[in-house]
Design a binder for this molecule. Structure first.
Ligand SMILES: *Cc1c(COP(=O)(O)O)cnc(C)c1O
Length: 381
């Protein structure tokens, strides 16, 4: 593989792999279950435009994003796909819901009134999914108060309930609590679901994300899943049920060797001299730093791959440059590729491992790859 021209630090994004992952996840779900592709935060750092275009072509039924701005971006790519906004819609954003045909998440009486009022004034109907908080403590109506909200909403003529959902707080680490949340969700919504069962367009009932695709099937009323991380080929955790669905990483993260040099034993490396060479060493200066997303917290902890060999980061990661030890790696020259996330020869660094280096999680690591990092797309095998 050759670096793209002028790229000092770049991410290769393989859309054919993304497509394969989606097909495999779908194949593991019962027939008829809708696939809601979660593409918030610039499609987990992979780039919303190319990712969404590909997912539209290969079988996503719906999209979910964090906010109306992200929803608008998707709407510009294609019409026809429902788009759900997961985070609270702020006062003043209702107009954008209408303009870009977005579905809001409804969590409070205040929102119900605000949305209904807006829709009435603009002579429209706003579609919503009502979210039930069954133990996440974030968005959603607390389950004990849900009944009242579900009742009121039915009297609001300008709201149309298209779905009901909840979100698991600790899947799959705590399967017992997850099951409690699932049952609470189904119990809380039972009446409402029954009242709506005669509709031509069925309610979308969803709870699962990448770590828990278990609520569907076996006569479960759950008829959709929201998949984010897993479609990018990253299992949320090793124990994940979904780790059983074999997916492959879509993204690799690379930089180049800027220069190499020999330094005497006792030399301090980088700001603060947090690493002192214990022997005469050859170091390589890489053309990436925290300005590209290489975590400062991985200083003196992480390694990169050069010529298929692990090379430890020495001293502090700086904004644009990172120093690694290449004493034992033969033939390291400027312009060579250093792999931060990905495979080189027989060695590889998974995103999970990369996140572990800095006590982070794969989600945050992906979001931390900055704008300066060129995304290079591969469309076919
Ligand atoms: C981010 C998010 C998801 C997707 O989670 P993954 O673990 O990436 O699959 C699903 N639902 C909600 C409400 C979310 O915020």
């Amino acid at each position: 593989m050759r670096p793209p021209p002028q790229a000092r630090c770049w991410a290769d994004i393989d859309l054919a792999t993304l497509e394969r992952n989606l097909r495999r996840i779908k194949a593991g779900l019962p027939q008829g279950v809708k696939y809601v592709a979660v593409v918030k935060a610039d499609a987990y750092g992979h780039g919303i435009q190319p990712v969404v275009s590909r997912l539209m072509q290969c079988g996503a039924d719906m999209f979910a994003v964090a906010n109306v701005a992200e929803g608008a971006q998707i709407r510009e790519i294609g019409s026809g796909w429902p788009i759900l906004v997961l985070s609270p819609v702020l006062p003043g954003e209702e107009e954008a819901l209408l303009e870009y045909e977005l579905i809001a998440t409804l969590s409070t009486q205040e929102e119900a009134q605000r949305f209904n009022q807006f829709a009435k004034q603009s002579g429209s109907t706003l579609p919503v999914h009502i979210k039930i908080d069954t133990g996440m403590g974030r968005a959603g109506i607390w389950h004990e108060e849900a009944f009242t909200l579900l009742e009121t909403v039915q009297t609001f003529e300008h709201l149309r309930v298209d779905g009901l959902y909840t979100h698991f707080a600790d899947a799959p680490n705590n399967s017992e609590f997850t099951e409690q949340q699932r049952q609470l969700f189904l119990k809380t919504t039972a009446n409402f679901r029954h009242n709506y069962s005669a509709r031509t367009q069925p309610l979308l009932i969803h709870a699962d994300s990448s770590s828990s695709l278990e609520s569907t099937g076996r006569n479960s009323p759950v008829n959709a899943v929201r998949v984010g991380l897993l479609q990018f080929g990253v299992p949320p955790s090793d124990e994940s049920v979904l780790a059983k669905v074999k997916t492959e990483p879509v993204l690799t993260f690379s930089t180049q060797v800027g220069l190499t040099k020999k330094l005497p034993s006792g030399t301090g490396i980088s700001y603060g001299q947090t690493y002192i060479l214990r022997r005469e060493s050859i170091i390589a200066v890489l053309t990436a730093g925290y300005g590209d997303g290489v975590p400062l917290a991985s200083s003196n902890k992480a390694y990169v791959l050069i010529n298929g060999q692990k090379c430890k980061i020495l001293g502090r990661v700086t904004m644009d440059q990172t120093i690694v030890d290449v004493t034992k790696v033969a033939q390291v020259k400027p312009g060579q590729i250093a792999t931060l996330i990905g495979t080189d020869g027989n060695a590889s660094i998974s995103l999970t491992q990369y996140a572990d280096f800095s006590d982070s999680i794969p989600y945050e690591s992906l979001c931390s790859i900055t704008k300066r990092v060129q995304r290079v797309y591969k469309f076919a095998e």
